[in-house]
Design a binder for this molecule. Structure first.
Ligand SMILES: Nc1ncnc2c1ncn2[C@@H]1O[C@H](COP(=O)(O)OP(=O)(O)OP(=O)(O)O)[C@@H](O)[C@H]1O
Ligand SMILES: [Mg+2]
Length: 117
């Protein structure tokens, strides 16, 4: 079994002339809770988007669950919640959970059937 859920290798990212990520190397073990800290504009979202398969590095590679991203099969196996406007405020907490469960096609035990407040 692959020991790391995330392996980042020599990842850099440029938007035009602006370099945002500078040769990032990082391994995150399975089961590890990892926090990415940095001031606004440091590139946290840029890196997380690459890990979620929503963007690509300019150079280097991002491996998630042993597979180079972006990869559709891996995207189906991971979750990503953006820092803002991730939830619909018109829906209750339970309705949000049900809505996203339906988007991901969760069934049976995976689906949220009970919600304790
Ligand atoms: N699609 C894009 N096109 C051009 N520049 C971008 C793009 N996305 C991000 N940037 C720039 O890259 C830099 C890093 O942005 P990013 O959103 O990754 O920072 P962050 O660490 O998540 O900041 P915050 O703490 O405010 O969420 C910023 O200067 C931002 O303006
Ligand atoms: Mg951000």
């Amino acid at each position: 079994m692959e020991e790391y859920c995330v392996s980042i290798r020599n990842v850099s990212k440029k938007f035009g002339k602006q370099q945002v990520l500078f040769n990032i190397n990082l391994d995150i073990k399975k089961g590890e809770i990892f926090g990415l800290l940095g001031p606004s504009g440091a590139g946290k979202t840029t890196l997380v988007k690459e890990l979620a398969g929503l963007d690509t590095p300019t150079t280097g590679e991002n491996m998630v669950l042993g597979t180079k991203m972006p990869n559709l099969n891996v995207i189906n196996r991971i979750g990503y919640m953006a820092q803002s406007d991730a939830l619909y405020e018109d829906l209750s907490a339970k309705e949000n959970l049900q809505f996203f469960a339906s988007l991901f096609g969760l069934k049976g035990k995976e689906k949220i059937t009970e919600f304790k407040q």
